[in-house]
Design a protein around this ligand. Sequence first.
Ligand code: NAD
Length: 375
Amino acid sequence: MPRVALIGMRGHGRVHLGDLLDRDRDGRLVLCGVADVREPVGPEADLVAGRVFDTDAARLLNRVRPDIAVIAAPSHVHAALAEQAMLHGAHILVEKPPVTSLAEHDRLLDVAERTRRHCQVGFQAFGSTVVQEVLRRSRSGEFGELRRVSVVGCWSRGVDYYARSDWAGRRMVGGVVVADGALTNPFAHGVALALRLAAPESTGPVRVHTEPYHAYPIDSDDTMSARIEPAGGAPITAAVTLCAEREFEPYVRVFGTAGQATVWYTQDRARIGISGRTAELTGHRVALIDDLIANLSEDPAGDVLCSPLRDTRSSTAVLAAIVAGPTAKPIPLPHLRITPTARTIPGIEDTVVAAGERGVLFSDLDLPWAAKECS
Ligand SMILES: NC(=O)c1ccc[n+]([C@@H]2O[C@H](COP(=O)([O-])OP(=O)(O)OC[C@H]3O[C@@H](n4cnc5c(N)ncnc54)[C@H](O)[C@@H]3O)[C@@H](O)[C@H]2O)c1
C-alpha cells in the first residue's frame, strides 16, 4: 500500500483529506502525514489525530518519506513543494494550476524526469470517461476539422471567497506571481480541456488576447473574455465570470466542420451533434489519486496518467500570457449589484453565453461596461 502525505489541508485540501481518509479506511493507501502552515484546531485536529503533522512541508517529507505527496497548498508555492517532494522520492499529485510560470513548469518537468517520478496535475475532468470519449472522437475526426472551441463559465463567488486567503483574487503577492484570476484558477479546467481539444500536440506556443475585468475590489480579475490561439491548433474563445446572478455549470464547446460537441466537464456529461442527430453522453470519472496509484509501477516517461504535467504545459503558457497581459479594469459600480455578501453583474449570464456561441470578446458585444478599445 502506498504511503501518502498531504500538503495543505484546508480549502480544497479538505476535499483531498476526506478522499485520503476514505481510502486509508478502505485499506487502499496509508495517510502517513499531513503538513499545513497552520496547526489544525477543533474538528480538523480530530481528522488528523494519529497522523504525523508538521507545519513545515520539507520537514514532514523528511520525517515520513511518502511514496506520494498530494499538494493542495496555494498555487504559487506548488513548484517548490513539488520539487522538494520529488527529491525526497515521492510521486506527485499537485493541484491545478501546477505552477505559475513556464520556467517553473520546465524546471519541474526536468526534476520529474531526473528523479523518474510521476507528476499528476489536478485537472480532475481528465479522469472522466465522457471527456476521454469526446477527446477520442475529436482526434478521430468525427467533428470534422475544428474551426474553433469555446469555454463558457458562469459561477458566483461571495465576499468570503476573496476573504479566505491572502492570495485570493491577487495577481501577485510580494513580487511573486499568484495568478488567481477567473480563467487562471477556477475555470483553468475549461482552458486545459479546450487546449487538449484544439491543439492536442501543443506544448506551449500560444497567442493570447485578454479582456479582464473585476467587479470585486481585487487586483486580479473575476470576469474575463479571451482569445487563445495555440500554435498549430484551432482558436479558443473563453468568456467566464465569478459574479453571476444565476449560476450554471461551465462547458467547453467544439465547433467542427462536421459537427459540434458540448462537454459539461464538471458533470461528466456531453452532447454531440453530427448531421442533425444529437446524442447525449454520460459517464463517471476515475479519481486522479487512484489513477496515480494504479500506475506507480509504470514508466513515468510513458503515456499512462490521465493528467500528466507534460500535457499541461500549454495551459501554463496561457496562464503566463494572461499574467503578462493587461491588468483588470473595474466594472463601474452602476453596472453591479452589491450586497453585503456578494457582488454580481446583472445580465452577465447572457453575455458569456453569447461570447462563447459567437466566438467573440466582451468588446464585440456592445456592453455598457466593456471598453471597445480594451486590449
Ligand atoms: N481541482 C479543483 O477543483 C480545485 C478546487 C479548488 C482549489 N484548487 C486548487 O487547490 C490549491 C489550493 O487552493 P485553495 O483555494 O484550497 O487555497 P486555500 O488558501 O483556501 O488553502 C490552502 C491551504 O494550504 C495551506 N498552506 C499554505 N501554504 C502552505 C505551505 N507552504 N505548506 C503547507 N500548507 C500550506 C493553508 O494554510 C491552507 O490550509 C490551489 O492551487 C487551487 O487552484 C483546485
